[in-house]
Design a binder for this molecule. Structure first.
Ligand code: DHB
Ligand code: MG
Length: 218
């Protein structure tokens, strides 16, 4: 795989189309200095999420898996007036970094950060949400999809991150709990009559991965 070239193309597109300003750069710096895993979406992917929020005019966004809040900041900036993001993070240390990132980026008033296991927090949330970004522990993706459907309305959008995992997703015998979780997630999207979905592979500075995108039809 031509990984250096993928990163160079990301840098080129990012510079032209998804420039990382000081606030986003500082958010990455704070996350990395605090030792968070560098699992954020790339800049061009952050812009993609922001465009989906803008295109759909999503006013209420639910993100499962905040990490340091990089994708949250991208989406928060794309919210229409009165919009809001609820973002869930299990790790209190990660959440503290995210909170500082939100304040420094000036978007903290748009974001409700809930600390705790998503399985515990999801039942406390008020429906509906217009757009979901599922980007937490992959073995629980099927559970998160069930909750997204409970908290959705017809027309809601459900995005999943990391559905390719360097190609590992095609192995039905994989012992990797992440792959197993993603495959169940894709299976559920393929069979649930309330969803129409697709998945797109991506390459770039973060390697070979991809997004699933689903629309709730009813
Ligand atoms: C992993 C998780 C992510 O959300 C991501 O964007 C990249 C990698 C992981 O668990 O390996
Ligand atoms: Mg991810």
């Amino acid at each position: 795989a031509d990984v250096p070239r993928w990163a160079a193309v990301d840098a080129y597109f990012s510079e032209r189309l998804a420039p990382v300003d000081p606030q986003l750069q500082e958010a990455l710096g704070r996350s990395s200095a605090a030792g968070l895993p560098q699992h954020e979406v790339s800049a061009v992917q952050g812009k993609f999420l922001a465009l989906l929020v803008g295109i759909s005019q999503a006013k209420r966004v639910l993100e499962i898996g905040t990490l340091g809040g990089y994708s949250t900041i991208w989406m928060a900036r794309a919210l229409p007036a009165g919009g809001k993001i609820v973002t869930l993070e299990r790790n209190a240390d990660y959440a503290e970094v995210a909170r500082r990132n939100f304040v420094a980026a000036g978007v903290d008033s748009l974001i409700e950060l809930r600390i705790g296991s998503a399985a515990d927090v999801l039942p406390t949330l008020q429906a509906p949400f217009d757009l979901f970004f599922i980007d937490a522990d992959k073995p629980n993706n099927p559970l998160y999809l069930d909750w997204a459907l409970k908290l959705a309305r017809p027309g809601s959008i459900i995005i999943g991150d990391n559905v390719v995992r360097g190609g590992a997703v095609v192995d039905p015998e994989s012992p990797d709990a992440n792959v197993i979780g993603v495959r169940q997630f894709i299976d559920r999207m393929s069979t649930d009559p309330r969803l129409e979905a697709t998945a797109l592979q991506t390459v770039g500075e973060k390697g070979w991965d991809g997004f699933s995108i689903a629309r709730v039809t009813g």
